[in-house]
Ligand binder design. Structure first.
Ligand code: FES
Length: 154
């Protein structure tokens, strides 16, 4: 584990700032997030975006890896149902994550730390709300050290 991926300690006196990774599709949510930025909508600076062609390309193991590498929360977001630019990628993603939730839970991942949403290219405001809500919720939950400790023990 290098410095960039190491779990960030939250020592006494230092406020905990959650690290959140967002896996988003290029065509809707990434553009919506870009719109939020260019519209100068205020939002928490805690989210790091990983842009993929489509939510159908998001392997659930990406989510596991993100938590393993130090994320305290993860967002998965793409086009609204019916709007996927590859026709059905978001339906595949929704089905995949519905099935995978049990496995994530079995692996020790707290599902409250995972947000799944649909954000279109015109929904910059919605994106900022999701970012703010997820950041506030994960901040409340605290650092996700329990999972990283589990991984380190394994
Ligand atoms: Fe956005 Fe498929 S292109 S979910």
């Amino acid at each position: 584990m290098n410095e960039a991926t190491a779990a960030r300690p939250s020592s006494e006196g230092e406020a905990f700032e959650p690290r959140i990774v967002a896996f988003v599709c290029n065509w809707c949510t990434y553009t919506g997030a870009d719109l939020a930025g260019t519209s100068r909508i205020q939002m928490a600076p805690n989210v790091r975006i990983v842009r993929l062609p489509c939510t159908g390309r998001i392997d659930p193991l990406f989510v596991v890896k993100a938590f393993e590498r130090g994320a305290d929360g993860v967002i998965v977001s793409g086009c609204h149902p019916g709007d996927c630019h590859y026709t059905a990628g978001n339906y595949h993603a929704r089905r995949r994550f519905a099935v995978f939730r049990e496995t994530l839970s079995f692996l020790g991942i707290d599902l409250d730390r995972l947000t799944f949403s649909w954000v279109s290219a015109s929904e910059g405001r919605k994106w900022s709300e999701i970012v703010n809500e997820t950041t506030a919720r994960v901040r409340e939950l605290g650092p996700f050290t329990s999972y990283r400790d589990l991984v380190d023990e394994g």
